[in-house]
Design a protein around this ligand. Structure first.
Ligand code: NAP
Length: 289
């Protein structure tokens, strides 16, 4: 289902700054006219984003921070050094591994929302002279295999979120999880473990949104049509990629629409001829998921 509407009739609070940008007005929340302030009166939700040092996680945290009337975001990461290179000091972080329950308890304290963007990180093996092996080979650090990170680490995040009173979890998984023989499963059965955490999340009793993006690319977000599907049917389509920035957007918007709850969906993108910022009708997007 293609999604490309530009309706202002369904304008949501998160779209106010987008509309302002569209109209050429600089975003400045404390100077919004009374009409727009009325639309933003709810207090911001405490949101934890895990995998915040990752490529999608860092985009999601930066984006969430631009909507202080909606989110009071904090990141969980394991490397302070990496965070220093990615963020300035205005961002809030907890540090440690998702495999450590105490780290998770501290990070999730008083949070209402959790966005899971962690994943096992494959390492390319090299020849003794430093060149990548041909064909390329990948390994995982011991104890950080997909079974540990994409299953047990995600299960821990869900369990502790439940304990801390989180009311909505958004999980970014992957397209391909319905196919046991998918090539990505050659990487430590990563998709099989991701599916196991999805099933766990679906049965945990908290509102959830599970997003299955196609191949992630680093193109600018907000400029391509979004195509939604289910059960990996989009693997046969001509379009199978999506910018990380769009995935970050979809994940954050999921917290704002009732229609996003208790849903799992696939999403890819298709180029838009104009290659300019689209004002998205998220209400209609989620009603089609
Ligand atoms: N690549 C694709 O084409 C593709 C396609 C579809 C779906 N996906 C999925 O989409 C999601 C986002 O992908 P991405 O490429 O943006 O991710 P990424 O850059 O690989 O980020 C993974 C994040 O997980 C963190 N992490 C791993 N183990 C951890 C641990 N024990 N404790 C705390 N954090 C840990 C990493 O931390 P460090 O920075 O410290 O390593 C990193 O921040 C992932 O779930 C990925 O599998 C990817």
């Amino acid at each position: 289902m293609a999604f490309q509407s530009c309706s202002v009739g369904h304008l949501h609070r998160l779209e106010v700054p987008l509309l302002f940008r569209h109209l050429g007005i600089r975003q400045c929340t404390n100077k919004l006219p009374r009409f727009f302030l009325k639309m933003t009166k709810n207090s911001p939700a405490n949101l934890l984003i895990t995998g915040a040092s990752g490529r999608t996680g860092s985009l999601a945290l930066k984006k969430a921070a631009t909507f202080p009337h909606l989110f009071s975001p904090r990141g969980l990461a394991r490397s302070k050094e990496k965070i220093r290179t990615l963020f300035d000091e205005s961002y809030t972080f907890s540090f440690g591994s998702i495999l450590d329950e105490e780290v998770l308890r501290k990070a999730l304290d008083n949070c209402q929302k959790l966005l899971i963007l962690t994943s096992a990180v494959p390492i390319m093996t090299r020849n003794p002279d430093g060149t990548p092996k041909q064909p390329p080979e990948f390994v995982f650090k011991e104890g950080e295999e997909p079974e540990q990170i994409d299953w047990l680490g995600q299960k821990k995040q869900i369990d502790i979120a439940k304990e801390c009173g989180v009311d909505h979890i958004v999980l970014v998984s992957s397209m391909g999880v319905t196919q046991a023989d998918h090539p990505l499963n050659r990487l430590g059965n990563i998709l099989t473990w991701k599916k196991k955490s999805e099933d766990y999340l679906r049965s945990c009793g908290i509102a959830f949104t599970i997003i299955h993006p196609g191949g992630l690319i680093d193109d600018a977000g907000g400029r391509r049509f979004l195509l939604v599907g289910h059960n990996d049917e989009l693997l046969n389509s001509e379009h199978r990629t999506i910018p990380r920035e769009d995935v970050a957007d979809i994940a954050l918007q999921s917290f704002l629409y009732e229609d996003a709850k208790y849903k799992s969906f696939d999403v890819v993108s298709a180029p838009c001829e104009k290659n300019e910022d689209l004002v998205r009708d998220w209400k209609s997007f989620f009603s089609n998921t």
